[in-house]
Design a protein around this ligand. Structure first.
Ligand SMILES: [Fe+2]
Length: 276
């Protein structure tokens, strides 16, 4: 079954071919099965936040996604199930509500590997400048590392190697687990990241060297367009991607303060599937 694959055969989708019609969910599913992501386009030229919520509900229904999942980090914080990603002066969140770049990561800081399988990012209003979303076929890079340096790959499979720690002030929580886990058929789930939240736990200096080798491999590979794609979402476009197999990040952006960038995000524990 294609959807369980983490090592997608292709990632890049040149040109505009990756934008699919919201009203043709089969096209969207074909894209997701091949690339691990798809972008839908609203039938309307302009969209409001209300339109976006309605279209996200339609996408969830078309792709067999259940209700949005509230991550452990946001339980008890009165978090909405569909989050606004926009600049907010009064927010304590270190990433959602700033225009700063966001390093490579997977969503679900405290969740076990593979828990959050799908992320939806709906663009209501793009930034004035910047704000591209980056996707990395992490499973494929890991597969290549395993072929070239099995010792370095092995350390990323260990379930005590990577802690991810909250950077929200006053929230002192960390979850430890592997960077990759085998799903079967040679494919992998991932919680790869190299940003502000990662804490690495090699056992000794020798292991530190092996780990450094593994992470350097990712650093060297992740700008290669064979395994990475950069997307600038336009108003009315929704990016759907497999959060359990692709890592992602964001370019910094600048806003028009009267019309700030607004994306809506929802997370799902289901993988997209055909509902018809
Ligand atoms: Fe994210």
């Amino acid at each position: 079954m294609q959807l369980m694959k983490s090592s997608y055969t292709e990632l890049t989708a040149p040109g505009r071919g990756y934008v699919t019609d919201l009203l043709k969910p089969d096209e969207t599913l074909d894209m997701l099965e091949t690339y691990g992501f798809a972008v839908t386009r609203s039938p309307s030229a302009t969209v409001s936040a209300e339109d976006a919520h309605r279209e996200m509900a339609a996408i969830r229904a078309d792709l067999g996604l259940g209700d949005p999942y509230v991550p452990l980090l946001y339980r008890d914080r009165d978090a909405p199930i569909v989050t606004e990603v926009t600049r907010k002066a009064d927010s304590d969140h270190p990433v959602f509500h700033t225009g700063a770049a966001q390093g490579w990561h997977t969503d679900g800081l405290l969740e076990a590997i593979g828990t959050i399988k799908t992320t939806l990012l709906y663009c209501v209003r793009p930034a004035r400048g910047g704000g591209r979303t980056f996707l990395l076929n992490a499973g494929r890079v890991f597969d290549e590392l395993r072929a070239e340096d099995s010792e370095a790959a092995g350390i990323l499979l260990r379930d005590t190697i990577l802690g991810r720690r909250s950077t929200i002030p006053g929230v002192d929580r960390e979850a430890v687990g592997p960077v990759f886990a085998e799903l079967g058929d040679g494919h992998y789930a991932t919680r790869y990241g190299q940003g502000q939240v990662e804490h690495w736990y090699p056992k000794d200096a020798a292991e530190q060297k092996v780990l450094d080798r593994a992470l350097a491999y990712f650093t060297a590979r992740r700008d290669d367009p064979d395994v990475r794609i950069d997307l600038l979402l336009r108003a009315g476009q929704c990016l759907i991607f497999r959060n359990d197999v692709l890592a992602h990040g964001r370019e910094h952006f600048t806003d028009d303060s009267r019309h700030p960038r607004l994306l809506l995000r929802s997370l799902h524990t289901d993988a997209p599937k055909r509902t018809a």
